[in-house]
Design a protein. Structure first.
Ligand code: LLP
Length: 847
């Protein structure tokens, strides 16, 4: 039998359905036909590890929801649930423990890989011979690992080398092995850290002296930036190991940095491939691809960085001072990322991905550092990193970009001595802009390199050409819109049939019993009527919104309204309850201070699930830093109070943020809220809020509706008597609206083009406030070639009055009509009369 091995690793998003396994097994067969033996390393099915982590984060049992998920998986793969009896028993035991030590955590977290392994071995063996490998027989951790016990167990390392004796034990052609876990010297389960399955694959490739490692994911390869942030990001076809390591460590998520080193040391090429498009080239990492000339290959951004600035005159020339400072970090188990030092100041960064940065830990850090220095903690920063080769040689070009950020704070700049990376730490809301500017100058505008593949935007455009292209409503009705603009611009125009289509899509979520439209997204009366007439209730947050609803619906229908105010005067609650509107309370002090207002009433409580999500930090509405919701710790006291005061709690609600594309979000909220049922036994409604994200860029995949529905159906199965409510805003209206405005003037300043419109942030504040991206086209010259880039700006006296940065545009003249797409949500409703300029009026498109 051949001794030529290939190791193929498939991640969680590629192994979760039998259809995906057809593709995987095809790859295996192809490799075997080419004369290779195959070891296939797999992760846990999608969502399992996150669900298991929930137990560790919250301490609550996750057994029921995971059992449910396993049942569904077993059904999907046509494998009897009975084969998992022992696994379920073990999970049950672990879930019952109130606190788990490091080894128990390792057992729990590796459970997902183990049951996935059992599932797929049973599945594959129905048609093909596959042999199972137990990683604990092969991968043993390093004894001389001097890191703390937590890291040694949960982020263990192994020393591996080519081992012909082990290879002799393997007599078959095709083996399957779960990734992520290994054994310590006593045979106990340990984990190989986050994304540890990549590392398992790399270790096994070394042991087997494999000819290559293939990492199969659901993206095309490594890009020169995050393509969702910078659509012009280029596919990197060939990379050196060092560059790939730096990219992975500075925010790239395609491959884990730790998995690259063993391959690099043993000269094993890594191929990164897309399991959705096996024929695409992907990215290859090899020694031969080490660069010879200075270059920047990627611009990465990491958010949620916290800076600690330590200031003291004592540190100057004092031996051991820094060591005293750093001993505090070691004590608190905090891993330091970047360091910058000056005579009297040391500033370091802490990355939330490596550290648990609760206010409690940060306060403790401040206390313990206080005797040594003055401490300032700066939260909500981001690190923008350039990765390449001999970056210092490009200092001039980099400086020209950074100079344009002179009015923003760049807190630290670090440059590695190996000259492979340079990092800037800035405020979180500046990071994307800085990254875009650096990418533009250092990658997009430079001459083509043969190791660059197509840009992400090109790939998307090519793919959509191979599908039937459905034009947007505004492309189909271009001439009518131009006519409307001639008379009425600046104006928002809404297409009601697009709203109806979105409603139909929403109704495909059969798990949801009732929908309410969050009218803060768009409260134009015809829009509201259309939504209401299609059987969707309305969610309001102010007396003004309630009045607007009562203008378009009969008063007798108030039961279809929700009122979800926040820090509003008590009189507003009183008024809503008197009108019979279902009201949501998000502050316990209202009930403590004004029990008489709520006595004998039924209300919903808005809870805070602890951490929020969404497209920008201003729209994340959960967690300690957000003003919304009641913390879970308050519930026992609140429940007793409500009972004493005869305040009926009929429902529990949470809304974690806006623009969310992770379909698991709402199931997580539902399970979180279900934990509240133990305190409020009369609850019959669980409202999982809104926040459903939309496709912003032409090539976005959008929210996976069938997976979302499936996850909510699983919840409903577990809680059949609960009514599930949802209250989306953006999803129903965003695509239905466009903003039309005429060009007033154009300008060129140096290399920077500007196209000025008759309206700006007074009509659409989202780009200025959140850095939001809206597609912008010159509607008058829709088919003309875009031959330059320009900033699209408004007429307001404010530098932030920008609607789009560096947008490709055709030659544009004053008087042309510009269209800004997807502005049906949070456009007109957030408009203002700043500079006493009236915002765009709202019109309904009538064909
Ligand atoms: N329910 C509650 C309690 C909310 O606070 C919100 C939005 C929604 C539902 C609807 O969320 P949606 O499905 O539209 O994401 N101005 C920001 C969005 C702020 C959302 C505030 N709350 C933007 O332009 O992106």
């Amino acid at each position: 039998m051949t001794s030529r091995w290939r190791v193929l690793k498939f991640g969680g998003s590629s192994v979760s359905t039998p259809e995906q396994w057809q593709t995987i097994l095809q790859q295996v067969t192809d490799n075997i036909h080419q004369g290779y033996r195959v070891l296939l390393v797999h992760s846990a099915c999608y969502g399992l590890t996150n669900a298991l982590e929930e137990k560790i984060k919250t301490g609550h049992s996750v057994y029921k929801s995971i059992e449910q998920r396993l049942n569904t998986l077993a059904q999907d793969f046509a494998v009897s649930i009975d084969v998992f009896t022992e696994d379920l028993q073990q999970l049950h035991q672990l879930c019952e423990l109130s606190e788990l030590n490091n080894y128990q955590q390792a057992e729990l977290l590796s459970w997902g890989e183990r049951i996935t392994h059992r599932l797929i071995i049973n599945h594959i063996n129905k048609t093909q011979e596959a042999h199972s490998l137990n990683p604990k027989d092969w991968l043993t951790t390093t004894v001389d690992d001097h890191r703390n016990p937590h890291s040694r167990v949960l982020s263990a390392k192994c020393q591996v080398q080519n081992n012909p004796q082990l290879q002799d034990k393997l007599q078959h052609q095709f083996y399957v092995m779960p990734g992520f876990f290994a054994a310590d010297e006593s045979g106990r389960t340990v984990l190989l850290g986050r994304s540890g399955s990549d590392t398992s694959a790399a270790y096994m490739a070394v042991l087997l002296n494999a000819e290559r490692i293939e990492i199969w994911t659901d993206v095309d390869g490594i890009f020169s930036a995050n393509p969702h942030q910078i659509p012009e990001a280029k596919l990197l076809l060939r990379l050196s190991y060092q560059e790939a390591r730096e990219i992975a460590a500075s925010g790239g998520t395609v491959i884990h940095p730790r998995s690259i080193l063993p391959a690099e040391q043993n000269n094993i090429p890594i191929y990164i491939k897309n399991s959705l498009r096996p024929e695409a080239p992907g990215t290859i990492l090899k020694h031969e691809f080490s660069p010879k000339k200075p270059r920047v290959s990627a611009v990465n951004t990491r958010h949620q960085v916290t800076l600690v600035s330590m200031e003291s005159v004592n540190m100057w020339h004092q031996a051991g001072f820094i060591s005293d400072l750093f001993a505090v970090y070691k004590d608190l188990g905090l891993s330091v990322d970047l360091i910058s030092t000056a005579q009297t100041n040391v500033t370091i960064s802490l990355d939330a991905a490596d550290n648990v940065l609760t206010p409690y830990i940060l306060a403790k850090l401040k206390d313990q550092l206080a005797p040594l220095c003055d401490v300032t903690i700066i939260a909500n920063c981001s690190a923008v990193t350039l990765v390449g080769y001999r970056i210092r040689a490009m200092a001039d070009t980099i400086a020209s970009v950074v100079a344009t950020f002179a009015d923003q704070r760049i807190y630290i700049t670090t440059q590695s001595t190996n000259d492979l990376n340079q990092t800037f730490v800035v405020d979180e809301d500046q990071a994307d802009k800085l990254a875009r500017a650096l990418h533009e100058v250092l990658i997009t505008r430079l001459p083509e390199r043969d190791d660059f593949g197509p840009s992400w935007a090109d790939l998307v455009a090519r793919r959509s050409k191979t599908k039937t292209i459905t034009q947007t409503w505004w492309q189909q009705n271009r001439q009518q819109l131009l006519d409307l603009a001639q008379q009425h611009s600046p104006c928002y125009v809404y297409h009601l049939d697009t709203i109806s289509r979105q409603i139909d899509k929403l109704k495909s979520l059969t798990a949801v019993d009732r929908f309410f439209y969050a009218m803060k997204a768009n409260s134009q009366p015809d829009v509201l009527s259309r939504i209401y007439q299609q059987g969707i209730g309305l969610e309001t947050v102010s007396p003004g919104e309630i009045r607007r609803c009562l203008e378009i619906m009969p008063k007798s229908d108030v039961a279809t309204l929700l009122f979800t105010p926040n820090f509003a005067p008590i009189e507003e609650y009183q008024l809503a309850l008197q009108q019979g509107i279902t009201t949501t309370i998000d502050n316990p002090s209202l009930l403590y201070l004004h029990p008489h207002v709520f006595q004998n009433q039924s209300v919903i409580l808005r809870l805070d699930p602890g951490h929020g999500s969404g497209h920008h930090r201003y729209v994340r509405t959960a967690g300690e830093q957000s003003k919304f919701g009641i913390p879970e710790s308050e519930l026992p006291k609140l429940a007793t109070w409500c009972q004493q005061q005869n305040i009926h709690i009929c429902g529990l609600h949470a809304h974690t943020g806006s623009g969310i594309l992770d379909h698991q979000n709402w199931q997580r909220i539902a399970h979180f809220l279900a934990r509240g049922l133990r305190y409020f036994t009369d609850v019959r409604i669980i409202n999982v809020g809104g926040g459903l994200g939309i496709k912003e860029n032409p090539g976005d995949t959008g929210l996976n509706f069938s997976a979302l529905n499936k996850s909510l159906l699983e919840f409903k199965k577990q809680y059949p008597s609960i009514e599930l409510w949802m209250e989306p805003g953006r999803f129903l209206v965003a695509h239905s609206g466009v903003l039309l405005a005429k060009v007033t003037q154009t300008k060129l300043k140096g290399n920077q083009g500007y196209i000025g419109l008759e309206t700006g942030m007074n009509s659409l504040i989202r780009p200025a406030l959140y850095g939001a991206w809206h597609n912008i086209v010159n509607l008058s010259r829709l088919d003309a070639v875009c031959n330059y880039t320009a900033n699209i700006v408004g007429p307001m006296c404010e530098s932030g009055d920008i609607l789009g940065i560096d947008r490709p545009m055709p030659d544009t003249q004053a008087g042309d009509v510009v269209l800004i797409a997807n502005t049906g949500a949070y456009g007109a409703t957030m408009a203002s009369r700043y500079n006493l300029r009236e915002p765009a009026q709202e019109l309904i498109f009538r064909a």
